[in-house]
Design a protein. Structure first.
Ligand code: NAD
Length: 335
C-alpha cells in the first residue's frame, strides 16, 4: 500500500524502513519532511494511507482534503491523538490508528533526567566547568529521598515513573480519573484528589493526555495551590500548562523549577533547526531565559527501543488496514 509519511526525519526513515523490510508484506513508504497541513494535504493525493506525527494537523479541513483525494487511513506515530479531530475523521470515512504502546521507559526515564538536571543544576554545572569555573555557589540541590512526587495520570508512563521514584525513596502520590490497582500496589504510592496532590507534592509530573478536560490543567489557580518552590515537569502535551501562568509562577518563586519537553506553541518550533533564525515567540524566549527552567524539544520518546516499537506498530497498523483485519490500535470516538 502507498503511504504518505509526513514530518519525517532521518531517524524515522531508518526505523520505518527497517520495520517495513522485516514485514512479510512491505508497503511503499513515500517520505515527506513537511508537516501535514491543509496546504500540504495534496502531497497525499492518491495515497490510501497517511502517516503523521505529533505536530501534524488533523483538523477538519485537512482531513476532508485527504479524504477527497482518496486517503482512507491516518496512522499516527505517537500515543497522543489530540491533533486529530475524530468526529471529522468519522464524517469523512477515515480510519484513525496510533501507537498505543511503546517503550514507556523512554519518557519516564527522561522525566528523571529533567528532575535531576533541575535539582542538581547540571545544565549550569556543565557550562561552569567548561569555563574553568569550579565554584559550587548556586548549585545547591536536595536529596530526592524522602521527597513527595505527585503524578497526574497513572497510565503506562505514570506507572513506570512511580516505580522509579519509589526506588529513589520518594513518597508517591497519584491522581487519575481512572485509578488502577497496579499503581496502588507500588511501595508508598496512593491516590489523592488533585488539590491534595498539588498541595503536598515537592515535584509534580504530568502524564495524562491532552483532552478538553485537561487543557490548562495547570492554571494560575492550580499553581497557587502548590507548595512554594515546587518543581513542575511536563512531558505530556504543552497545552496541559498555561504557559503565561507558569511564567508568573516562576517570577514569583511559587514555581522553583520547571522542566518541559513539550510546549503550547511547539508546532512552530520543535523538530526543526532554527539556529540561524530569530525566534518570534517571545513567551518561549522568556521561558528560556530563566536559570531554573530546562526545555527539551519533545525528545522524551527518543530512544532506540521506542523508535523500534513505533515503527513496528505503524507497519502492523498499515498491514492490518490493507488486509481488512481489525486494527488493534484503532482510535474511535467514544460511544
Ligand atoms: P496512558 O493512556 O497509558 O495513560 C494516561 C493516563 O491518564 C490514564 O491512566 C488516564 O486514565 C489518565 N487520565 C485521563 N484523563 C485524565 C485527567 N483528566 N486527569 C488525570 N488523569 C487522566 O498514556 P501514556 O502512554 O502513559 O502517555 C501519557 C501521555 O504522555 C500521552 O497522552 C502523551 O500526550 C504523552 N507522551 C509524550 C511523549 C513525549 O515524547 N514527550 C511520548 C509519549 C507520550
Amino acid at each position: 500500500m502507498k503511504v504518505a509519511v509526513f514530518s519525517t526525519e532521518p531517524y524515522d526513515r531508518q526505523f520505518l524502513d527497517a520495520a517495513n523490510a522485516n514485514a512479510g508484506h512491505p508497503h511503499e513508504l513515500v517520505y515527506f519532511d513537511t508537516r501535514l497541513e491543509a496546504h500540504t494535504a495534496a502531497l497525499a493525493a492518491g495515497f490510501p494511507a497517511a502517516c503523521i506525527f505529533v505536530n501534524d494537523d488533523g483538523g477538519p479541513e485537512t482531513l476532508k482534503l485527504l479524504a477527497d483525494n482518496g486517503t482512507k487511513l491516518i496512522t499516527l506515530r505517537c500515543t497522543g491523538y489530540n491533533n486529530v479531530d475524530l468526529r471529522a475523521a468519522q464524517d469523512c470515512g477515515l480510519t484513525v490508528a496510533r501507537v498505543a504502546v511503546y517503550s514507556p521507559y523512554s519518557v519516564a526515564e527522561h522525566v528523571v533526567g529533567l528532575i535531576q538536571a533541575l535539582n542538581r543544576k547540571l545544565h549550569r554545572a556543565y557550562n561552569r566547568v567548561r569555563d574553568d569555573n569550579f565554584s559550587l555557589n548556586g548549585l545547591l540541590g536536595f536529596d530526592l529521598h524522602g521527597r513527595t512526587i505527585g503524578i497526574v495520570g497513572t497510565g503506562k508512563i505514570g506507572l513506570i515513573l512511580a516505580q522509579i521514584m519509589t526506588g529513589f525513596g520518594c513518597k508517591v502520590l497519584g491522581y487519575d480519573v481512572y485509578p488502577n490497582a497496579q499503581f496502588e500496589a507500588i511501595g508508598t504510592a496512593r491516590y489523592v484528589s488533585l488539590p491534595e496532590l498539588f498541595a503536598q507534592s515537592d515535584i509534580i509530573s504530568l502524564h495524562c493526555p491532552l483532552t478538553h478536560d485537561t487543557h490548562h490543567l495547570i492554571s494560575k489557580q492550580a499553581i497557587d495551590q502548590m507548595k512554594p518552590g515546587v518543581m513542575l515537569i511536563n512531558t505530556s502535551r504543552g497545552q496541559l500548562v498555561d504557559t503565561k501562568a507558569a511564567i508568573e509562577g516562576i517570577k514569583s518563586g511559587q514555581i522553583g523549577y520547571l522542566g518541559i519537553d513539550v510546549y503550547e506553541q511547539e508546532a512552530e518550533l520543535f523538530f526543526r533547526d532554527l539556529s540561524d533564525t530569530v525566534i518570534q515567540d517571545d513567551t518561549f524566549q522568556l521561558l528560556q531565559s530563566f536559570p531554573n527552567v530546562i526545555i527539551t524539544a519533545h525528545q522524551a520518546f527518543f530512544t532506540r527501543e521506542a523508535l523500534g516499537d513505533i515503527a513496528r506498530t505503524t507497519i502492523e497498523n498499515l498491514t492490518a488496514f490493507e488486509q481488512h483485519q481489525p486494527i488493534a490500535n484503532e482510535v474511535r470516538l467514544p460511544d
